[in-house]
Design a protein around this ligand. Sequence first.
Ligand code: ADP
Ligand code: MG
Ligand code: MG
Length: 494
Amino acid sequence: MTLQEDYPPRLLPEKYQTLKEQTIDWSIANSLVIRPTAEVALPQNISVIHAPVALFPSPIPREAFEEAVNLQPIFNELYHKMSLDDAFIKSTIQKVSEVDDFVKKLYDIYLKTKDKVQVSSNKLDSFFQQHAFISAHKSDYLLHMDEGEVKSKILQVEFNTIAASFSSLSALTGKLHKYLVESTGYFDANARINTESLPENASLTSLPKGIAKAHELYGSSKAVVMMVVQPGERNAFDQRWIEYNLLQNHKVHLIRKTLAEVSEEASVDPVTSSLTIAGKEISVVYYRAGYSPDDYPTEKQWEARLLIEKSKAIKCPTVAYQLVGAKKAQQEIAKPGMIQRYINDPIQVKKLYASFAELYPLDTTPEGEAAAKLALENPERYVMKPQREGGGNNIYTKDIPPALARLSVSERSSYILMELIKPPPMKNTVLREGELISGPMASELGIYGIFIATQDGEVLVNEPAGHLLRTKSADMNEGGVATGFAVLDSPLLV
Ligand code: ADP
Ligand code: MG
Ligand code: MG
């Protein structure tokens, strides 16, 4: 029998009911929770609901999982070097900035702050670069299996360089699945599910550990870390655990501020370039906001972003890192010969290229024109992506031809074209706001990565930092958890 046929185990309806009740209680007792939507929330943030989760861990071939983990340090190094390559940023981002206002705003901040020290008679204008780098990445993959193939392989969906979320709740979802396996015994009939095939997930502690290391490099024991958050964040507990672990394990304090609050309360010392807010010096700025145009409703938020960028606080990420996380950079770096500019080891270079799906520009170059033609002829093979993060922005298959007809050629340039990855079908049951939904599903594997280097280029930390599995209905295109498309899951290595 194939994996798809005998997984997950078939259970009587009352057993599903028990699994559901166990999942809800365990989740609430162990902070695998989010804030409810405004319609059902009690006042003053006093209520929570269980996070959306899969009842069964989803099968991932062990080999594919290990490959994704092994790729992470190579990707960490690659993206760090891309973020320091002014010529690469200029050649990939400048053109997009001409047709995409959000990218233009970010690129303008990059141009204003990129030089280490701008020599100026007016000290207020002298920008000091941070003296260490930390990046907290997440590389996302789908399994791909073409018709007629028996073995699936991983292909990269995208590489996130800002605000990768769920590092805390993801680890908790793994613990939930271990608990369900051990407590219910419902999984026993299926020998594949045992706690050995549920991998440990370091994501709960690895990010706080990385931030603590960056804080130490900043070198002021009185300083605190600042998490830049969205107002009214529902995924607050995922973030809170970063704060609690920082304090518990590393004795480092973290404050939460929105970009609007930063614009009102923060200042940068004209002589030292230190960033201060509410009387506290900031060592590390960790962004969980700022990746979407919605995070900048007024100029105030952009002023806050610029203020932070020109300070000497260690930015996680810098605006340069955010820019090389753009889909356009992903498409450019996938061109033949590009990775070799940054990575010396030919075996590593080959591994990275093997993880890329087909990627094309949609600009006015002959290559872009050819790609637009390809997409019109075979739209079912492709997805079109704009320079956005956070889910819900892509244009899929049959929607591509009308979109191409609607967009001017210059608007089209702000998108890339990507081969549609086809994950092998599998089944699962997911729990969302107390409701069970069963059916064909697809899972997206994310690997977190932490990279820390000094300004002189000495690499202090370069490691994989745990994983995230998100599962969505197979007939849905998108896969974000926060956007309501997917649920949290954990891998069952097979
Ligand atoms: P975002 O930065 O908004 O998360 P993604 O590139 O991750 O953008 O796309 C969002 C979702 O769309 C992914 O989580 C995945 O479910 C789906 N998706 C993206 N690219 C592909 C692809 N090439 N093939 C199949 N599905 C894709
Ligand atoms: Mg993204
Ligand atoms: Mg994504």
